[in-house]
Ligand binder design. Structure first.
Ligand code: CTP
Length: 283
């Protein structure tokens, strides 16, 4: 069996950013071999294991096929015959689809290093469309890497628009949307999360309460409507060291309390976020 480091850890090391956790892909191994080597299975249908000592995630190389609606509607096919290239091909962005072996050699069949250089968030294959969660992930990466000069590739934005135009975004659970929102608003350029979602028409589907800010902007003659004010405000909040709870509350200052209440309820937001957001909206 061969083991490779993959995903965010390789990407962040190449960007010379700190790496907090490693994900691994295992090629040429069976479930039985993994169990015999002492790895702990995670979930029952998923070919992912925890290392007996480091507890890092080791996933058997797999291919995925869409079998139903939403981001959970997938069938996995993991076997010792699945190649590294096949596993990397099912991933979201080229910069997340680079593997590294224990000698530090990189395997990059989809041009991830080139896109790191070009500062492009680009999908690996048309299969990107099969997972609506990726709309939120790409917007989150835009918020995280904007200060490094990254932007969403036009073709990828097109696929995100196609996902928004279908009804798949509605299959995302409230918890998933909340988790991505909370993480994204904690990034260096949270305004890029909202802007990217707006550009691909996902904002009105997922966070319609904040879409209204952009609608108001469209009607402002001088282009200095609510959205610009809010986005500048968010930028300032980051500079002041506000955390994501405070940044979300700031966004609530621009919507009425009923809309804020609706937003927090729909997303099943934690109480401390809701209470502070509502307070800001009311006052
Ligand atoms: N991945 C994917 N599609 C998803 C989720 C994950 O293709 N919907 C793949 C990507 O290759 C990603 C890897 O699985 O790099 C690991 O996922 P995750 O740990 O969620 O993300 P990271 O890229 O490691 O980013 P982060 O730094 O936010 O943890």
């Amino acid at each position: 069996m061969q083991i490779y480091r993959v995903g965010g850890a390789v990407r962040d090391r190449l960007l010379q950013l700190p790496v907090y956790d490693n994900d691994w892909v295992v090629v040429g191994a069976s479930v039985e071999q993994m169990l015999a080597a002492g790895y702990q299975p995670v979930g029952k249908d998923f070919p992912v294991f925890l290392h007996p000592k480091t507890h890092e995630e080791y996933a058997l190389a797999r291919t995925e096929r869409k079998s139903g609606r939403g981001y959970q509607g997938f069938e996995f096919f993991a076997s010792p015959q699945v190649t590294l290239e096949e596993d990397l091909q099912r991933r979201d962005l080229t910069i997340n689809a680079i593997a590294e072996d224990d000698a530090g050699r990189l395997y990059d069949p989809y041009g991830g290093q080139q896109d790191l250089q070009a500062r492009l968030l680009r999908h690996v294959s048309p299969a990107f469309r099969e997972d609506p969660l990726r709309v939120l992930r790409v917007a989150r990466f835009a918020a995280r890497f904007h200060h490094l000069g990254f932007r969403v590739a036009p073709q990828t934005l097109k696929l995100m628009q196609q996902i928004s135009a279908g009804d798949e975004l509605h299959t995302l659970s409230a918890e998933r949307v909340w988790k991505e929102l909370e993480r994204a608003l904690g990034e260096a350029d949270p305004q890029q999360f909202l802007l990217t979602l707006h550009q691909c028409d996902a904002l009105e589907r997922l966070l319609p309460e904040w879409q209204r800010l952009f609608d108001a902007d469209a009607t402002a003659k001088d282009g200095n409507g609510d959205a610009n004010t809010v986005l500048r405000g968010l930028h300032a909040a980051v500079a002041l060291g506000c955390d994501s709870r405070e940044r979300i509350a700031l966004l609530c200052c621009y919507i009425d309390p009923d809309a804020a209440q609706q937003l927090f309820e729909r997303l099943k937001a934690p109480r401390e976020y809701r209470d502070f957001g509502l307070l800001c909206s009311r006052h």
